[in-house]
Design a protein around this ligand. Structure first.
Ligand code: ADP
Ligand code: MG
Length: 615
């Protein structure tokens, strides 16, 4: 029997290889544009027709090819980019495998026109399914034009495998964004048939981002980008992250390494970590993050269709990344933005507006003495007055002052005040005995029905109003501690801490700076509760930092709320009759006794009618 193994003809081998490299029109676009970039082009024009099925045209003003190179370019493993295996470790070009053109030529009809500056004439090559149909010298400008027509004309199965025009166009655009975002100094134009989709002048990264994604919402994009920048001997990370309030369900997220798009789920988590608690779990921040590393520290063996890239120092870079993003988020509100990008500079709110602070609208009891034997001196209040006043005065919580918890809709607040409240007002005459239900709610009979108060929320409101007043008046009682604990902060946290220090001091904290971003906590607010003071301070710091991101919210309100929540009565805490009575009195002494500062309902009324119906 004769031998049966033989080498496949080039045309077949190339078609098989093409199956891997060229999966859809977008892969052709990627390969052609990357070649143009490698050729040093400063302007690249793209034209597609029928979602790339019938035409993908890429015109560049790069260095062009010689007559011989124009033919050689279509050979498999023909490349000008590397010459030896050593070069594999220092790749600075997009391509290096020398496979792309051979693959495209195996599955499409190609027309190439190219000329180098030094040549009088250019060359034109027509090739289809690996066969050269025509080659001639022509008059043309410097640079290279590729026309790729009738993709998969000889591979019907592949053609059928393509998705709808919209899906394929989506792929084309995605591929285009990935390249345009990392080459802002190159101008691009993108046409779908005769329609101009993009005209992107040479610019910088920020303007490029805005002109791609902010087409119809430029202002919005200008407002949301925060610069990140950090440089270590392992990596340089730069780019932009979106402010937390611009987070969205389908966020726009890009990582690039050494000028190449990459996916990196691990680094993605590092970014999310920096946004911890600033955004809802269902949302994700926009980001455009560029890594520059020594080429030998990443896996260069990147398959053309793969976008995952392996880093040598992944863990270290993870930490650097988180820190860089955190810094950008923490910094933007307290440090004026200095942006060296001339064009499209962002208008960022700078600093926290400390003046124009609204005076507290609370009925603060100036006689309050936390060290008094009963702990609280009951104000001489008349419920009826309070409720009467409430009807006129109390407004739904100002959504603008407290942003993060206004889950109760304005509508709900109205329903409550109109219906239930009216009944209460009409009927109150005397206070009934209070009953504590499940150590969590206080039930009290009122003439119009049954009032149920959440003790933790009620106390939070009371303390919040108190702390806010203390901060505003910078007057409170401090408890000196016997063994001061040490608060150790990072450099940027310390910077922020200094900003909130006066607020903390006015609610009773007393610090001594030990240098090196450390503070000795010498005195605490008389209300700090039983938890760890350091944890509480860190929580206040964290919440205040988050609040700082939103110029409409005031930092001292956040501090007051954090402390109030931590110090207030917990659910499950048993109360004596006296304590319940105190709590109710103090709650109704608060102007806004219906809702906690973050918008949670404190009390509800079961009307007499409702109760009667049940019997
Ligand atoms: P690779 O990019 O991996 O080298 P390709 O098959 O994509 O392989 O291209 C083969 C060669 O053709 C390139 O190395 C380059 O020398 C040349 N080439 C391709 N496109 C262009 C272009 N637009 N301008 C100049 N030279 C090009
Ligand atoms: Mg290439």
């Amino acid at each position: 029997m004769s031998d049966i193994i033989h080498l496949l003809p080039d045309s077949v081998a190339n078609q098989i290889a093409a199956g891997e490299v060229i999966q859809r029109p977008a892969s052709v676009l990627k390969e052609l544009v990357e070649n143009s970039i490698d050729a040093g082009a400063t302007h690249i024009q793209i034209v597609i027709k029928d979602a790339g099925r019938t035409l993908i045209q890429v015109v560049d003003n790069g260095k062009g090819m010689s007559e011989t190179d124009a033919r050689m370019a279509f050979e498999r493993h023909a490349t000008s980019k590397i010459t030896s295996a050593d070069d594999l470790f220092s790749i600075r070009t997009m391509g290096f495998r020398g496979e792309a053109l051979a693959s495209i030529a195996a599955v499409a009809q190609i027309e190439l026109r190219t000329r180098r500056t030094e040549d009088e004439l250019g060359v034109m090559v027509e090739i289809a399914g690996t066969r050269v149909f025509k080659q001639e010298m022509i008059q043309c400008g410097t640079g290279t034009t590729f026309l790729v027509k009738n993709l998969f004309f000889n591979v019907p199965a592949r053609r059928r495998f393509l998705k709808s025009d919209n899906v394929e166009k989506g792929h084309l655009l995605n591929e285009f964004y990935r390249i345009a975002l990392v080459n802002p100094e190159i101008s691009f134009s993108f046409f779908d048939g005769d329609e101009e989709i993009f005209q992107l002048p040479a610019s910088n990264i920020k303007v490029r981002i805005e002109s791609i994604f902010g087409k119809n919402a430029k202002k919005r994009w200008q407002q949301q980008l925060l610069t990140i920048e950090t440089s270590t001997n392992l990596v340089r990370i730069h780019g932009y992250v979106g402010k937390p309030e611009f987070a969205q369900k389908s966020a726009i997220q890009y990582f690039f390494v050494n000028g190449r798009y990459m996916r990196h789920p691990y680094f993605h988590k590092a970014v999310l970590l920096a946004y911890n608690q600033m955004i809802q779990a269902t949302e994700s921040p926009n980001y455009f993050i560029y890594f520059e590393v020594e080429p030998q520290t990443i896996d260069i063996n990147i398959h053309p269709t793969k976008t995952e890239i392996k880093f040598e120092n992944e863990q270290a870079i993870w930490s650097i990344l988180t820190a860089a993003v955190k810094e950008a988020l923490g910094k933007f509100n307290i440090i004026p933005s200095i942006d060296f990008d001339q064009e499209g500079a962002v208008e960022m709110p700078v600093g926290i507006p400390v003046e124009n602070v609204r005076p507290p609208q609370t009925n603060f009891n100036p006689d309050y003495n936390p060290f008094g034997s009963s702990g609280y001196k009951r104000p001489n209040l008349n419920w009826e007055d309070l409720y009467g006043g409430f009807e006129k005065k109390a407004e739904p919580m100002e959504a603008s002052t407290i942003e993060w918890g206004t889950t109760e809709s304005g509508g709900e607040i109205l329903t409550y005040t109109e219906q239930e409240q009216q009944q209460v007002i009409d009927n109150i005459e005397s206070r009934a005995t209070n009953y504590q239900y499940k150590n969590r709610y206080i039930l009290t009979g009122i003439k119009s029905g049954l009032l149920m108060i959440d003790q933790h929320r009620a106390h939070t409101r009371i303390l919040y109003d108190l702390f806010l007043t203390q901060i505003e008046n910078a007057k409170s009682v401090s408890q000196q501690v016997l063994f001061p604990e040490i608060l150790e902060l990072s450099a940027d946290d310390a910077l922020f801490f200094e900003q909130i220090l006066p607020d903390l001091e006015s609610i009773g904290f007393d610090f001594e700076s030990l240098g090196n971003y450390s503070y000795s906590v010498k005195g605490v607010s008389s209300h700090t509760g039983t938890g760890s003071v350091i944890d509480l301070l860190l929580e206040m710091l964290h919440n205040a930092k988050t609040t700082a991101l939103d110029p409409t919210t005031k930092i001292h309100e956040t501090i007051a709320l954090t402390l109030a929540e931590s110090a207030s009565l917990k659910s499950g805490q048993r109360l004596t009759a006296e304590e319940m009575a105190d709590l109710i009195d103090r709650l109704f002494a608060c102007e806004n006794h219906n809702f906690t500062p973050d918008g949670k309902k404190i009390m509800t009324v079961f009307s007499q009618e409702e109760l009667d119906k049940r019997f």
